[in-house]
Ligand binder design. Sequence first.
Ligand SMILES: Cc1cc2nc3c(=O)[nH]c(=O)nc-3n(C[C@H](O)[C@H](O)[C@H](O)COP(=O)(O)O)c2cc1C
Length: 344
Amino acid sequence: MRHQTTAVDRPPAVAYMDAATVACNAPSILNTQPWRWRVRPDGLDLVADRSRQLVAGDPQGRQMVLSCGAALHHARIELAADGWATQVTRLPAANDPDLLATLMVNGRAPVTMEALRLAYATRIRHTDRRPVSERPIPDVALQAIAAAARAEGNLHVLTSENVADLGSAACRAAAVEAGDAQIAAELTYWTGRARLSGTGLPAGVLPDHPTQTTVPSRDFGRPGTLPVGAGHDWAAVYALLFGDGDDPRDWLRAGEALSAAWLTATTIGMSVVPLSGVVEVAGTWHTLRRLLANLGHPYLALRLGIADPEQHGRPPRTPRLPLAQVVDTSAMPAPHPLTARGPK
Ligand SMILES: Cc1cc2nc3c(=O)[nH]c(=O)nc-3n(C[C@H](O)[C@H](O)[C@H](O)COP(=O)(O)O)c2cc1C
């Protein structure tokens, strides 16, 4: 009789590899995937890969670390869905700021339906930049997304008056970014043909003309090929991820909150689109700080809405780097066959 390996008798090293693999499905700024996972027999290290940091558009690395935080949460979810209790140490080495976190399993834990749902969501979550449905978001859905974000960080849902301010701030941020030759060159690189294979934004995920939105979406500097209807996202809700400080630990936690909110949204058919330009332009960062009424520091604006069933199908998937480029198994007993596997 064929022996089937169950989660219970799988060694942690296999779980680490699975977690790193799934983490690579996480969203990232301009799909730069600015992470590197080191799989060790007794743990998993998350390292920021500065070779894919947006030097002009994200000089502090805030969006880079947020993206890594989202990947960290994806890894945590995969381990939870596999029945592992985990221990995370964030920024464990003062002399190595690029080592963002270490993850270790710490015994078995019951698998919850919630963990399974979120793990499934890591496989299907995507960014859909088309207008959302005109149906208002049910309160219960908004509360579920906010609760998921707040379990990891802070989310402030904006009033309609605040949304108008966010809209004008996003316009100003777009104008500043369009007038900055280095930021424009970065956008051209990550959306153009010369971009590193397996990264960036293919034309198929970018709207074929500017969408009608209350808060302008990021101007990628070129139209894509994703057909967009005439809808206006009147029913969208806007929110800000924020926190007490503005350093890498805060950004990492905000990325985990982003992932938690987005995966929960995915399980209930809701769409999430991050808006980062407005945070990275100094003048508009101050507008967001004011919108938060000094609750804290803004990290990312989010558009939430019901994914519009009138829009035909989901946009194509954004590519991902080959696992061998982002998952380092050199610390594992050689030869390690797991890197040969495809995405989960
Ligand atoms: C920190 C962060 C900032 C982002 N900022 C924007 C943005 O300003 N505009 C946008 O359309 N998408 C934004 N995104 C979405 C990414 O472009 C998207 O996650 C990436 O292209 C991968 O595609 P996927 O989400 O479909 O897997 C952001 C994502 C992250 C994690």
